[in-house]
Design a protein around this ligand. Structure first.
Ligand SMILES: O=C(O)c1cc(C(=O)O)c2c(n1)C(=O)C(=O)c1cc(C(=O)O)[nH]c1-2
Length: 252
């Protein structure tokens, strides 16, 4: 296993007692941003190798096939969060996330763009859709994220999406490095990364505004930080599984 960056868990938290005064919103926002930045999976060895051009076509295909399980699960977890939102304006806004991934019609949206990325790297669409190549560790990580959002209060479920504060930069890195290192991937295949830059920026800011407004006690702030920490672990574990992945019944 690769070593994940320092963990922030409830037990080991460097923060004051949960029942102490909440931090002012700006300081709490800083904590959330710092946590996301310091624990983000852009420093995972697999991502580092990908962005430095060190992945073989086969390794890229393994990542794309496995990440498809994450992509197709995102609108499911967003639907679970939608049901927790108390106001019509919030639900209307969150609904956009589902539409971003599922599209407004057949053949549109992020899931479709990911399938096209898969085709551009040489993965059969049917293989991705079947899910048969998804590694056990990837399934655990992604399904853990969905279940976390199913079972947690709105503040924590929304806080767990805050890795999106960092996602636009990783998309820009891919848009910059893929054409240089993997010129065999045709440009239209990169459309997914391009579309996520403005979407991720919008979503990250919205989630941050809500979480900083909702977490009114220090306990709630710590719970939001813990949720974000858990999400960083999900993304890290997903790449660990891809990096080391072998499946039962396969030679390795
Ligand atoms: O490729 C990536 O590194 C990456 C990371 C993340 C993220 O930080 O959670 C998301 C995405 N991509 C992404 O494409 C995406 O749609 C997305 C939605 C969410 C979320 O938690 O709601 N994260 C991410």
């Amino acid at each position: 296993m690769t070593t994940a960056p320092a963990r922030l868990t409830r037990a080991a938290t460097p923060h004051p007692r949960p029942d102490s005064n909440p931090l002012p919103p700006a300081a709490f926002e800083h904590e959330l941003r710092e946590l996301a930045r310091s624990r983000y999976h852009d420093t995972h060895p697999f991502n580092v190798r990908m962005h430095q051009g060190g992945l073989s076509p086969a390794a890229l295909r393994t990542w794309v096939v496995n990440r498809f399980h994450y992509q197709r699960s995102i609108p499911v977890k967003d639907a679970l969060i939608l049901a927790k939102l108390p106001e019509a304006a919030m639900r209307r806004s969150w609904l956009r996330r589902i539409q971003d991934h599922d599209g407004l019609a057949e053949g549109e949206g992020g899931i479709e763009r990911w399938l096209r990325l898969g085709e551009a790297v040489g993965v059969d669409r049917a293989e991705m859709e079947s899910g048969e190549s998804v590694l056990p560790g990837v399934r655990f990580a992604v399904d853990g994220y969905v279940n976390f959002c199913r079972l947690s209060p709105a503040t924590e479920a929304v806080a767990s999406s805050l890795t999106e504060l960092c996602a636009p930069d990783i998309m820009l890195t891919r848009l910059e490095t893929f054409p240089r290192h993997y010129p065999w991937i045709e440009e239209p295949g990169l459309a997914y990364f391009r579309s996520r830059v403005p979407q991720g920026r919008r979503d990250g800011v919205e989630a941050l505004t809500w979480v900083t407004a909702w977490a009114r006690t220090r306990s709630e702030q710590l719970a939001a930080l813990s949720a974000l920490s858990f999400k960083c672990d999900i993304l890290w574990s997903l790449l660990d599984a891809v990096e080391h992945g072998s499946r039962p019944g396969s030679a390795g």
